[in-house]
Design a protein around this ligand. Structure first.
Ligand code: B12
Length: 219
């Protein structure tokens, strides 16, 4: 609990620092005239709109909040719909806000399955937005093997994002002119990861069932 509080406090401090940076940016930009500071620090035109949600059953939001701040500071409009978001709510809000990208966060093991549920429902609902997967328990392997097969297409890929610092690069690549090349690379990478996973599973099963044959083959 204490670690949680410390992280929450450092998150608040980070947000304050970033807000000061944005304000200072405008100060420098406006020639140092404080009275010229616009009332709203963010410009009206956004690079894109991103929905952020922690999935159903999960209360962890520190990482999601950091990603939201980082994207916000890079001129993306972020709709953060909070924690414990049901699949229905995520789909509903993605439609309502007409977002370009959907980001899911999850830190507990059951969230991994919940992300698969969301991917399946996005597919059923005919959604077209790329899906970003993040949070400490998520991984490239899980995204490639479990989530991607339920939603990934060249138009709307499913991408695992390791940390907040990668989020801007990923989002700008998905909304940029070279999206096709970027997504094709990811697709190839995920195919390799899935293949590796299948081979590992096959080898493990073989070792369990025929340990002697595997031993002889390896020599
Ligand atoms: C803080 C914390 C809490 C706080 C959460 C406070 C809050 N407001 O978030 C509190 C105390 C409430 C809490 C509760 C619980 N917790 Co907790 N918690 C943690 C802890 C210590 C840190 C998590 C954290 O914030 N990390 C820092 C952030 C910055 O990292 P991050 O979330 O991974 O985010 C980064 C990236 O992953 C990425 N990212 C994250 N999300 C997204 C989304 C997108 C779209 C993108 C692009 C990127 C992205 O960007 C971020 C920044 O780089 C971890 C342990 C650990 N060391 O990770 C356990 C941990 C996650 N908790 C755990 C558990 C089990 C629980 C509880 C179930 C405990 C309990 N028995 O009650 C409950 C959960 C209840 C629930 N239903 O969710 C386990 C999960 C194990 C598992 N695999 O299931 C962990 C791993 C601890 C452990 N080792 O056992 N927890």
């Amino acid at each position: 609990m204490q670690r949680g509080r410390i992280l929450k406090n450092s998150m608040k401090a980070t947000i304050q620092i970033l807000q000061v940076r944005v304000t200072l940016g405008y100060y420098v930009f406006s020639g140092g005239i404080i009275t010229d500071l616009p009332r709203q620090p963010y410009p009206c035109h956004y690079e894109g709109k991103v929905l952020m949600a922690t999935v159903k059953g999960d209360v962890h939001d520190i990482g999601k909040n950091i990603v939201a701040v980082v994207l916000g500071c890079n001129n993306y409009k972020v709709y953060d719909i909070g924690v414990m978001c049901s699949c229905e709510l995520i789909l509903e809000k993605a439609k309502e806000y007409n977002v370009d990208i959907i980001g899911l966060s999850g830190l507990i093991t059951p969230s991994l399955d919940e992300m698969v549920v969301v991917a399946k429902e996005l597919s059923k609902g005919g959604f077209k937005q790329p899906l970003l997967i993040g949070g400490a328990t998520t991984s490239k392997m899980h995204t490639a093997v479990k989530v991607s097969p339920n939603y990934f297409t060249l138009e709307h890929p499913v991408i695992h994002v390791l940390d907040a610092s990668r989020s801007v690069t990923v989002v700008s690549s998905l909304l940029g002119e070279n999206k096709g090349d970027y997504v094709t690379d990811i697709m190839e990478e995920y195919d390799e990861v899935s293949m590796l996973h299948t081979n590992c599973k096959f080898e493990c099963a073989l070792i369990l069932q025929h340990p002697i044959i595997v031993f002889i083959n390896r020599r």
